[in-house]
Design a protein. Structure first.
Length: 225
């Protein structure tokens, strides 16, 4: 059994206003609905858990009903940070799940094909994390204004979501992860901290994260809205 955890409990500080970006509209649909329908349309996904802020639980129920997402097992309250939200989501998944996939609701360009690729990688290797190659020249600047070093772009990848893992591996890594460790920015970093290898799943199509308001226009163009 494979469980998908959709995380939509962020505070969206970088949007420049007191908004919850997962519930903003992209075209005629809320951003959250794109991730929900992608998981619903992936045959490898057996159940979905949605993690949202407490004040958005009722709205999420409405979105789930509106888009006919029958795989949704639970809608749960988020934690104080991403790690806490993922822990809450994992706690609501089926205890018998053998694979767990985590996805940011703020990445609406996710497709059932990408979800499937990540799950298949996790079945074979224990992990499967969506990633795209970085082709830009990358420089290091500790002060933020002066170039102080170079990075070999041939070795650089932009890590995204979805991120799929063997369930026992992910549960163990998330349970052991320190709450305030700034290096733990996603599930892959927690799993690596636990000493396990993380496998990249190359994805050549856009999979942007809605972070600032301009990203809405970019995503709309990709979705041809």
């Amino acid at each position: 059994m494979t469980s998908a955890v959709i995380v939509a409990a962020g505070k969206s500080r970088r949007m420049g206003a007191n908004v919850d970006k997962a519930f903003l509209h992209l075209g005629s649909k809320p951003i959250l609905s794109y991730s929900l329908t992608a998981m619903e349309g992936c045959r490898e996904v057996d159940e979905i858990v949605v993690v949202v802020r407490k004040d958005q639980i009722a709205a999420t129920r409405g979105i789930v009903a509106m888009f006919g997402c029958r795989k949704v097992r639970a809608i749960v309250n988020g934690g104080l940070n991403r790690l806490g939200s993922v822990r809450n989501g994992l706690a609501a998944t089926d205890p018998d799940a053998t694979m767990i996939l985590v996805h940011d609701a703020a990445r609406p360009l996710v497709t059932p094909e990408l979800v499937s690729k990540c799950i298949r990688s996790a079945i074979v290797f224990g992990s499967g994390v969506a990633a795209s190659k970085i082709y830009d020249t990358v420089r290091i600047s500790e002060k933020g204004t002066v170039i102080e070093g170079d990075a070999d772009r041939d070795k650089l990848w932009a890590v995204q979501t979805p991120q799929a893992f063997r369930a026992d591996l992910l549960r163990r890594a998330i349970a052991a992860a320190p709450d305030k460790d700034p290096t733990i920015t996603d599930e892959a970093s927690a799993v690596r901290l636990a000493g396990a290898e993380v496998r990249l799943v190359p994805w050549g199509f856009p999979n942007i994260k809605i972070t600032v308001s301009d990203d809405l226009a970019v995503a709309s163009r990709y979705l041809r809205l």
